[in-house]
Design a protein around this ligand. Structure first.
Ligand SMILES: Nc1ncnc2c1ncn2[C@@H]1O[C@H](COP(=O)(O)OP(=O)(O)OP(=O)(O)O)[C@@H](O)[C@H]1O
Ligand SMILES: [Mg+2]
Length: 342
């Protein structure tokens, strides 16, 4: 299987992308695959009779079965076309530019989830602070959440307890963006949610995040929440897989808030966090990296009717083995020195 990673050559543009790159390289090498890094700024797209082709100096880059799309801006057209031109027919892009663009905007993401019949909190997109009372009523009244169109580790999510608070926050957010989302506040979350890493085939790992600060309703680790790996029932697993699939992603994460048998999807991410944060330290366990990449290789091979190496260890089921208390004894692939000759 021919695999490549499309990303900027220099690390440090985005921490989450660096974690992906290290995790994927580690997992691929563990399966005997050396994947070239292709930086779209170093290649040309040439128009030929058969369509666009990608050239690095005089080398034609083509025929990849699996392309990891780790570009920071999925909407940038040159990078997106490079990604799409490298792949063979029926090959796998993790994740396709179109799916990433859809996922990165809350309005489009929530619309796709709703169209697929996936339960989401009542949400309204507004482009003006006029008529806010009606929108708040639609969301079930106060308190209500106001969210920017693009997520930023919980920072673009605000809670408004009064109409005048909502109006002034809406005006502030609209001075920056053209639209914002008002959303029903699910008070029963108690400041906790589930972040479920899923592929189009199955759940790979589920993490419960819980806010620790008093009165904090956002369960973002970057805002001090704790995280631990948990088991989730079949209904929630199915919901996460449906959410990821509804956006056209090969792999992603679904943030879910659960109240007894009632679970709602808050958000889907296209380049989800692959690290756990334990005692303020970001950790990716080597075994997780092997498991994660193995699953994506198998998924892609199955889709293209390719055979996987019979000697490779086949892992099945959900990742549950990393216990926080075991983390001290664990090798962290993020601690390994970066490789310069990529
Ligand atoms: N409708 C809701 N009801 C209750 N809590 C919510 C709701 N929406 C979001 N939250 C809380 O706020 C957190 C951040 O919200 P959301 O995931 O939409 O934003 P984000 O900035 O995109 O975060 P991320 O960095 O995970 O992408 C959620 O993890 C959840 O704990
Ligand atoms: Mg989120």
């Amino acid at each position: 299987m021919k695999v490549c990673i499309v990303c900027f050559r220099e690390p440090g543009v985005c921490f989450g992308i660096d974690v992906w790159r290290r995790t994927i390289r580690f997992g691929l090498e563990a399966h005997g695959i050396l994947a070239p890094v292709i930086d779209p700024r170093e290649v040309q797209l040439r128009d030929a009779r058969g369509g666009l082709s990608v050239w690095r100096q005089n080398e034609l880059l083509t025929g990849f079965n699996l392309v990891f799309n780790l570009l920071p801006d999925a909407a940038e057209p040159h990078g997106a076309l490079v990604v799409e031109s490298l792949i063979v027919p029926r090959g796998t892009i993790v994740n396709p530019p179109v799916a990433r663009i859809k996922t990165s905007c809350r309005v489009r993401m929530l619309g796709s989830l709703r169209s697929a019949g996936i339960p989401i909190p009542r949400s309204v997109s507004v482009a003006s602070a006029k008529g806010l009372t009606d929108a708040i009523d639609f969301c079930g009244g106060l308190p209500v959440l106001l969210k920017t169109l693009r997520g930023a580790r919980g920072v673009g999510v605000t809670i408004c307890e009064s109409l005048r608070g909502a109006r002034s926050v809406a005006q502030l957010l609209l001075a920056r963006d053209r639209a914002l989302i008002l959303q029903e506040y699910l008070a029963y979350s108690g400041g906790a949610d589930l972040k479920i890493l899923a592929s189009r085939r199955r759940v790979l790992c589920a993490v419960e995040r819980r806010a620790t600060a008093r009165d904090e309703f956002r369960a973002n680790v970057s805002l001090g929440a704790t995280s631990r790996i948990v088991a989730v029932d079949d209904t929630v697993q199915e919901l996460a897989v449906r959410a990821v699939t509804a956006l056209g992603l090969i792999v992603g994460s679904a943030d879910v808030i659960q109240n007894g048998g009632n679970a709602q999807v808050i958000e889907v991410n296209d380049l989800p966090e692959l690290n756990l944060t334990i005692d303020g330290r970001s950790i990716v366990e080597p075994e997780f990296a092997r498991y994660f990449v193995r699953h994506l290789l198998e998924d892609s091979a199955q889709e293209q009717g390719l055979a996987m190496s019979p000697t490779a260890h086949v892992v099945d089921g959900r990742w549950t083995r990393m216990a926080p208390e075991a983390s001290d004894a664990t090798t962290n692939i993020l601690d390994a020195p970066g490789r310069s000759a990529e």
